[in-house]
Design a protein around this ligand. Sequence first.
Ligand SMILES: [Zn+2]
Length: 314
Amino acid sequence: MFLSVGVRFEANVEALNMVETAGNYTKHRRVPYLVEEDRKLKTIYVPAISGESLAHAYQWSLVKEALAMNLPVCEDCAKGEFFKSMNKAHLKKKINPIPDDSKKIEAAIIKSCIIEDVGGFLYAEKPPVRRSSAFQVSYALPIKSMALFATAEPQLHARHAQMDAKGKKGNVSEQMIYYVETGTALYGFTFNLDLDAIGVSSLGAGPIIPEEEIKARREASLKALFRMLSSAQFGAKLSRFFPVGGITELTVVVTEHPFVVTSPIYDSYVERTKKRLEVIKEAFGEDYFFDSTNEVPEETLRKAIEYLKEKGYI
Ligand SMILES: [Zn+2]
């Protein structure tokens, strides 16, 4: 089973993804974007949020759901440090001595950590072992029809330094002035989750953990997505730049084989997704789940989880 979600959210005055600091100026991530204006194509630069930023938030959410369900999370991942068994020092915490067989290494990692099972890993030693992530996430980009109105603007901030008893300042200046670029846009992004990849070897060794635990891991992965979207705990600087807005539209599709919702950056994405699903149903005779809302996004996610439960998948 494959789950694909299209999300549209409004974020006014956000600093969700900062890329560099030049002196006292912190820049928002921006990407080139192709738009059509007066029947001509042109490139503009728009505020964006990287897939990596969203993936980190998802995996952190998965850590919490997994621990609440008593599923294994390794020591590094439990701290939100996603080293992913990258070298001997980190892998030794899971299996010691380290075997020469890549299948045994993969099995040891999957058994001891759901984050690396779902989010993939790269052990870059001999023999190298790599696992692709079972979830995929796009950049969050302004929706096409409104991209020209998306903006990024610096905001002035001041931080105060401590004064001594006589009110004199020491070596530091009394005030530190800095600028943070804030973005504003109606963003769209896609999130996919391949439920069949969870708990199963990517080196052809079949299921690595018992069926019951695979089901529990699938459930934790769905709950993590639910929680991440519902709590809006993604991106940086939330303590002072929590974006004003929220999810405006959510579309969820569950199919037997990989199928990705039409990108929510296009205004017709809901209708197009529906039409594509109908064609697949006619051509292959495959069942699917589809739901879309611009009211309560949690309700749509709940229905998708119910559907997977009915199918005996979680
Ligand atoms: Zn881990």
